[in-house]
Write a protein that binds this ligand. Structure first.
Ligand SMILES: Cc1cc2nc3c(=O)[nH]c(=O)nc-3n(C[C@H](O)[C@H](O)[C@H](O)COP(=O)(O)OP(=O)(O)OC[C@H]3O[C@@H](n4cnc5c(N)ncnc54)[C@H](O)[C@@H]3O)c2cc1C
Length: 378
């Protein structure tokens, strides 16, 4: 039996203590100045907040200095990220660019893409959208039908993407397209960067359960992409997309989305009772374990490995915990209804409406369990 490879422990370096204290201080100041903090904050865009993060070096923190980064290790960056998520800071304006699009440009982008885009990301002025899913291609991503056709100096895109988070706020969108007709499913795909807005890319809202515009449908009608906005070589799209998956699935955003709600609900006066303490304690124990696993994945990525399997385990267990925390908050709120203010009710209501999506976005539960199951099959 092949089995799941180990989660090698990774310690936080001593220097991360100072970073943690500094980030906490910054977040307290932001909260005091009226910035809204709440659960599931990594999809919420607040331009001014992102620019503040940029000016403090909190975006692209692991990138080389020549690209505007701080050259920190992934585990040091982990500290910045977990502080932001534990507080519920509105990091959505730079989140995807920091977590996956920027690193992809550093690895696979042209000199022009590096020169034009990376400084904007680091400054907190650049929101990225990820165009993978299509109306009939979600889990089965290799079946994408959006097509890019060769033209003098570049490519022309025709097709539709769906569930594109924050496309309406984005300066750029990466688009997975088929560039070779009749090629095998995983061959002939390419990743392109489309600058937005573009008259040939129409972005229509899709409202989520909370009646908010979080994602979109994006239709490309002859949208032109110059050659130097293709990531890697044409035809390498599948390799590039799959290399994103460990980045996309293992970070603290995959188990900490509802921590701000847990913090608020556990501060209710009922939290002193034994049964309640046990429930909160169990959730915290799960959080601590997942944190160790996620840090381990982060360390492995830093060493140049692609721990896609371990990332799938973190994402699957993380989504279960994020959803369980909403139920724990419900019990606490019901128990102490008289002590609950309107703000907490609003926070709870929105998180309840967002929670079902936690086990869909970034790969559904069934798909992740399929990946894990295959690894355990001789
Ligand atoms: C909040 C949110 C934000 C998102 N943001 C983005 C984004 O920014 N960019 C982007 O590209 N996409 C985004 N997505 C899309 C997301 O990646 C897809 O919804 C997801 O991959 C599932 O694809 P699908 O919706 O087409 O469902 P389908 O693939 O049609 O699946 C439907 C059901 O069938 C099950 N299923 C499918 N295949 C199998 C199988 N082989 N074995 C067992 N069960 C299977 C699935 O688990 C699911 O329950 C987002 C989704 C959500 C909910």
């Amino acid at each position: 039996m092949s089995g799941i490879p180990p989660f090698t422990p990774h310690e936080l370096p001593e220097t991360s203590r100072h970073k943690r204290a500094e980030v906490r201080e910054f977040l307290m100041q932001q909260q005091a100045s009226g910035t809204e903090f709440r659960s599931n904050s990594w999809t919420r865009v607040d331009r001014a907040f992102s620019e503040q993060c940029g000016s403090r070096g909190y975006i692209g923190a692991t990138w080389p200095k020549k690209h505007g980064g701080q050259d920190l290790s992934p585990v040091e960056q982990f500290v910045i990220i977990e502080e932001m998520l534990a507080a519920g800071a509105p990091v959505g304006g730079h989140w995807l660019a920091d977590r996956q699009s920027g690193p992809q440009i550093i690895r696979f982008g042209s000199e022009r893409a590096k020169r034009d885009i990376l400084p904007e990301i680091v400054a907190g002025r650049c929101c990225f959208a990820i165009g993978m899913s299509e109306p009939n291609s979600g889990s089965d991503l290799a079946s994408v039908r959006t097509r890019a056709t060769r033209e003098q100096g570049g490519w022309r895109i025709e097709g539709r993407k769906i569930w594109t988070t924050n496309a309406h706020n984005a300066q750029y969108m990466t688009v997975l397209c088929r560039t070779e007709a009749g090629a095998q499913r995983h061959a002939g795909l390419s990743q392109m960067i489309v600058a937005l807005p573009d008259p040939a890319a129409s972005i229509s809202p899709i409202l989520n359960l909370a009646d908010e515009r979080e994602f979109n449908e994006v239709a490309f009608d002859g949208c032109f992409v110059p050659d130097d906005m293709v990531l890697g070589e044409p035809g390498e799209g599948w390799k590039i997309v799959t290399s994103e998956l460990a980045l996309e699935r293992s970070g603290p955003d995959r188990f900490m989305s509802t921590v701000p709600l847990l913090r608020e609900a556990s501060a209710l006066p009922v939290s002193g009772e034994a049964e309640v303490q046990r429930t909160i304690g169990r959730a915290i124990a799960h959080l601590v374990t997942l944190r160790g696993m996620s840090m381990s994945v982060s360390g492995m990525i830093g060493e140049g490995q692609s721990p896609n399997l371990q990332a799938a385990v973190v994402k699957d267990l993380g989504a279960v915990l994020e959803q369980e925390i909403v139920e724990i908050a419900r019990d606490l709120i019901e128990e102490k209804a008289s002590a609950v203010d309107d703000r907490l009710i609003r926070h709870f209501t929105r998180t309840t409406l967002e929670a079902p999506s936690f086990s869909l976005r970034g790969g559904t539960r069934e798909i992740l369990r399929g990946i894990i199951g295959k690894a355990l099959t001789p």
